[in-house]
Design a protein around this ligand. Sequence first.
Ligand code: LLP
Length: 421
Amino acid sequence: MDHFLYRNGSLHAEDVPLSEIAASVGTPFYCYSSATLTRHYRLFKDALDPLPNMVCFAIKSLSNVAVLKLLGDLGAGMDVVSAGEYLRARAAGVPGDRIVFSGVGKTREEMRIALEGGIRQFNIESEPEMRALSEVATALGATAPITIRVNPDVDARTHEKIATGKSENKFGIPIARAREVYAEAARLPGLRIVGIDVHIGSQLVELEPFEQAYKKVAALTETLRADGHTISRLDLGGGLGIPYTRSNEAPPLPVEYGALIKRTLGHLGCEIEIEPGRLISGNSGVLVSKVIYVKNGEGRDFLILDAAMNDLVRPAMYSAHHDIIAVTEPGPAAPTQAFDVVGPVCETGDTFAKARELPLVVEGDLVAFRSAGAYGAVMANEYNSRPLVPEVLVRDDHFAVIRPRPSYDDMIKRDIVPDWL
Ligand code: LLP
């Protein structure tokens, strides 16, 4: 459930008509609903209750500091994968002891920043990284709390570009080698082992791969404890999928996911950490765009929008589906037409949808891409020198621009022409 609904014939974000935001901010823009973000965070909290737990929002899915503050103020932890994300979480007021640092290639500089600023744990992904962290921590006179990310060799059955839990993927250490890697970690002076980490992929639409992975983690917990290690936390990663179409998708619910966690790992007495991104942010955001032209092509009609692949790259990059709806509610018997929905960028990949049945929109009409809150604005760029898309946050009947659209001048003046030219 989200808070983007038609009211009085017009699509609203909570109590605000999207057309009103468009008139004030211009298009395209991302719009997020505070109520939906809050609701989705709470679904996970409730699903894990009464296990000791921390829900660490995967910042990579939506990293605007205002959104992080909203979630942080609810008590959320944060999952970061770079110093930039770490500093965003801190700027949002999230204390270091609620931030976990994931990622396959943390640099020494990033380790230093997190150690100095305060960190709940590093999720280590390789032996060289573990040795580097021990050195950095020792030099600072600190001890770094760590989990080690194990690769359970489980097929997440999701898009190949976002599956991470198979042995051929670059993530984690093979679970079969975990004992020897933990033994080395225990000998390194700058580290303190606190638990195990696993993350098998994103947009998982079945629970079975999680179950396979979590059973392996449960067995490994017993083995590592028998070896004398302290395993008090299990970081189970993110990855629970969302419905991208209203009609036929029904991925498992957070409550079912929580029940699975309790069933497979609840007996171990560990604190459970999870790192959901998409399920919290995905359906909490839409991308609103205006129709620039309707172009009649050879055997097909193109809807040319003012949003493009630089604003929302998921369709071009993963062939991802986003529902596209008209901001003005079509009547129940309104005719529809098949459109190829495209942006103005000069490549054929800049196609959002092919032969999509849409109401008969015309030049100047607004449309909204649903489920665009996750991996939308964060993956946007300025390709074709299109200024970075702005972001708006709604709460009840008011909205705020939480990242303005840069002016052309802002964009161009970042470049420096050397004085020898
Ligand atoms: N934890 C780790 C270690 C991750 O690598 C990820 C996502 C998450 C948590 C959050 O996963 P989520 O709950 O959002 O599925 N750009 C792609 C998705 C990339 C996911 C990368 N890692 C997309 O647009 O589908």
